[in-house]
Design a protein around this ligand. Sequence first.
Ligand code: NOJ
Length: 513
Amino acid sequence: MAKRPEWLDSAVFYEIYPQSFKDTDGDGIGNINGITEKLPYIKELGCTAIWMNPCFDSPFGDAGYDVSDYCKVAPRYGTNDDLVHLFDEAHRLGMHVLLDLVPGHTSWEHPWFKESMKAERNEYTDRYVWTDSIWERPEGYGSLRGISERDGSCAVNFFTHQPALNYGWYKPSRPWQQAMDSEGATATREAMKDVMRFWLSRGCDGFRVDMAGSLVKNDEDGKGTIALWQNVRAFLDEEFPEAAMVSEWGEPRQSLAGGFHMDFLLHFGESHYNDLFRCGKPFFGGKGDASAFVAKYIDSYERSQRRGLICIPSGNHDMDRLARHIKGDARKLAFAFLLSMPGAPYIYYGDEIGMNYVEGLRSVEGGYGRTGSRSPMQWDSSANAGFSSAPAEKLYIPIDPDPARPTAKAQMKDADSLRSEVKKLIGVRQAHKALQSLGEIEFVCDGAPGKPLAYIRSSGDERILVIVNPTDNTADITVNGTPGETVYSFGGAPVISGNSVRINGGSAAFVKI
Ligand code: NOJ
């Protein structure tokens, strides 16, 4: 098993979209020093680590997921020294920082790609996935064609301006398809290790890895990509054994085998994540159905040898804000679930105060429908919600215009606010190992319509029954064991009789058994 940093086991993450968090130089866009300034706010909430979206040089056609220099902080965010200062400050506060590694593609403005487009063979000719004729496209992938002097089409991974880096094909079947151990594919992998080395040696604690499962092409069951990441993990074990690796993969049985410590539950594919938070009738809205989610979760859990390392985010920069679909106190129940599940929880900036999806915005930097979830953090009731001193029209994305928009400052003063509940829940998680990342989970009730979600978390001798009941119905959960101390409740205390626990509709309880 991969070496792992101990801090990861109890980590609660806070995701920061740097553009929108805090602007300290008045240009209307967030920056690194703004994040550093707000670390105490994140620590006060109880989070112990942050994941920052890409902050590197980029033409920002996809908000920085189109990198043009992996080793340089984009000037609009500050300097490399500012980022190193952020690492130092975080460490001083006992916190850790994951950067966002985008190994699958670059911007078409990256110097590697410019060299790779040249007809003349050079060091970067094989850095990307090219066919050997403009008339042939890489089947199964989008492609860039007709912009190079070189005769060929280049595969793209996401938007058209994001050419795919070459890590080889699992089973090459065309002359231009390179093997995983070819010189070109090996050079790409080593170049990515250099990027990791660059930041890890400057104090970064690890990476969230973008589209980690899609590097080797035509690799249906992930075997090639798993082998690639095992190779990277061996390098980390050797040079940076404390580096934490969290994948955007959505298949823990593959990503954990590749040496990742944790994987994300994705909001697309088969996870049924959206059944809980974002659909016509989300489970946490009270009228939905969590059973398909639970069935898929158990399947993933069993297939990854009961390693509960699937990180469930409250949201992220790619999906609708939680608050768009779940209203009022039901959000507290959603957090009771998020903060009592295995794997490290991720809180998307502003979700802790119930920030809303801002409707009707024009797309910014390739955000499209995602733009409404990327609006500036609402710190207080001063101009621009305390985000920036720039004129409102110069802000990266407009502030939520709702006069009743929530603010961090007001919620910190209000013991009944969402933020206060989230803070309380993080504290309960941190006080009980069973509730943390590595504790086991066994479901007792699968949240079928009208029913709560209930599960037992355990670690050593500690066993905690978690019941989250967003429905209108009172629920009785019977367990094998003796319910005792209630370590958390919301919406009324649970009533214990014998081996059964009764809780109201619209409530949650964590009870030792
Ligand atoms: C996933 C990232 O989260 C998303 O924001 C980005 O657009 C794509 N990967 C492409 O890198």
